[in-house]
Design a protein around this ligand. Sequence first.
Ligand SMILES: [Zn+2]
Length: 375
Amino acid sequence: MPFSDFVGNPETVHRLREMLARKRFPHAVILSGARGSGKYTLALMLARTLNCLEQPTTKGTDSGGLPDFCGHCSNCTRIAQSVDLESRFAEAVEARENLRDTDKKETRLFIQTHPDVLIIPPDPPQLMIKVDQVRHVIETIYYRPGEARERVYIFTSSAFMKEAANSLLKVLEEPPEFASIFLLTENPGELLPTIHSRSMTFNLGAVAVTEIESRLAQLRPDWNARQRALVARLSEGAIGRASSFDLESYVAARSHAMIMLKSALGGSDNNNAHTELFKVTESYRSGAEGRAKIDGLLRTFYSLLEDLMFLQSGAAQLVRNTDILGELKKMSEAADFAWVQRAAEGLGEVERGLRRNLLRSLSLDAFATALERVS
Ligand SMILES: [Zn+2]
């Protein structure tokens, strides 16, 4: 199962494994790629391969006996407990919340399920890597690993506080033989040039829609083929986003956005559409989860408007909401390019209004009315 489970970017994975095979693995590796592209998954696979007690190799025409990990030795299983980053992060945050106030201030966030493998997430509330986190890395990295062959440090974000970045630089100048540092980033430009020059960078690019679709057949058997096709197109080539996609919320938000669009473009039965429309905007009134709900609505709205633009410019193959293609085609005939553009600008207004804490339902109403005015 191991490396063959990784979705996409086979050449990058191959190069990294070849370096493992030649025992020339770099001390500092930057893995860059979009959210959900598999940076963390890959880093943990490499951490297990560096430390697997059984050290299998994958035979086969493509992998040519490259190092792999067994998945069941004590090092593999303990490192694997960190796989669910979101849950481990939430647990670490909660554990800190339960400390006494004085301790809370001095406690930095870490995730550690193996004594020699340390995961360093951005520290809330600022969600930055802080200097005390890097100091802890410096305090431990020069000790030989106890149960692993290689100490592994994984920074899950490249948002470093200035002092933290400078401290990291010191480690990168003189890394010990037995340690590997992974820096994960969505935006490599955030890292100091001096950090780049002391690291090797590997990029995880977007995965083809068809490949994501076929992986989803295994990962999400609860979705039918139409749903998998939709999610694969909406996740922008990122397998992590695809496999954890909240389809139910998306479809709910989309049906609301469609009601608003139809009401704006609708012909004779506009009265009916209006009643429906106000039911929708009413439902965005308030509540703690309201903000996430309206953010979801706005994102969905943009994706529908983009699809309409694709249809109008004769690029139907780029449409993502393929399961409602028929409806979208009808809409794209009723709305011209300028209308779609004005609608997108109107969405921008709503977003600005939300930032100024305008009442949600009111700004949605205003948006819906504005859509009609331009049609
Ligand atoms: Zn193992």
